[in-house]
Design a binder for this molecule. Structure first.
Ligand code: AMP
Length: 208
């Protein structure tokens, strides 16, 4: 099964993806996670991407498409993938169609986790991430509840950058909702609820 997760930053895509990995054994690919690791490791990609990420802007399509073309061809994707944070533009969606068609693996669904933007601003301003394992928590977690690692606020989770990320989402990424509706692949889930309740709907919609 190959799934695209759509939704504004902070809609809960990462949380739902983690549950799907556990239940369905799919390979989770998050372009945001790959880019953050590249920035940390100061690779050529990381150095090119950092300024865009810090401002909450999109990294240029050609860099992201090259990165995904390489990633999606790795052996761990054979059982299926959950794409989280990719595609984010129509150009990326068209490139994805061509990558999957080359691999003979069609897309099964584009799952939109739908959340009100004002809820998102509040969620992201209090979101914290574990430096060690990437667990997503809140400002009330002194240490990571999973591994005990240090929790930190992502550079791009401050209110100004969050508002820019939401603007970028509206302009560049929300047209993908129509794109996938046109391909008859769109499934919309109300994401403004407890993550476990959202996940029940996700599983039902995917027939898991
Ligand atoms: P995320 O963790 O998905 O919110 O991504 C964090 C940041 O990484 C975004 O604000 C962008 O700067 C960059 N990024 C992640 N995925 C993409 C993508 N598919 N296209 C362009 N930029 C991306």
């Amino acid at each position: 099964m190959n799934i695209v997760l759509l939704g504004a930053p902070g809609a809960g895509k990462g949380t739902q993806a983690a549950k799907l990995v556990e239940d369905a054994g799919l390979c989770h690919i998050s372009t945001g996670d790959i880019l953050r690791q590249a920035v940390k490791d100061e690779t050529e990609l990381g150095l090119k991407a950092k300024a865009f990420m810090d401002a909450g802007d999109l990294v240029p399509d050609d860099l992201i498409i090259d990165l995904m073309r390489e990633r999606i061809d790795q052996p761990d994707t054979a059982k299926g993938v959950i794409l989280d944070g990719f595609p984010r533009t129509t150009t990326q969606a068209v490139a994805l169609d061509s990558m999957l068609s080359d691999l003979g693996r069609p897309l099964d669904a584009a799952l939109l986790i739908d959340v009100d933007p004002e809820v998102i601003v509040k969620r992201l301003s209090s979101r914290r991430m574990c430096r060690e394992c990437g667990h997503i928590g809140t400002a009330s977690d002194a240490k990571c509840p999973v591994c005990g690692g240090e929790m930190y606020q992502r550079d791009d989770d401050n209110e100004t950058t969050v508002r820019n990320r939401l603007d970028v989402y509206e302009k560049s990424t929300s047209p993908l909702v129509d794109y996938y509706r046109g391909c008859d692949l769109l499934i919309t889930i109300d994401g403004d609820r407890d993550p476990d309740v959202v996940y029940k709907d996700v599983k039902g919609a995917l027939g898991l």
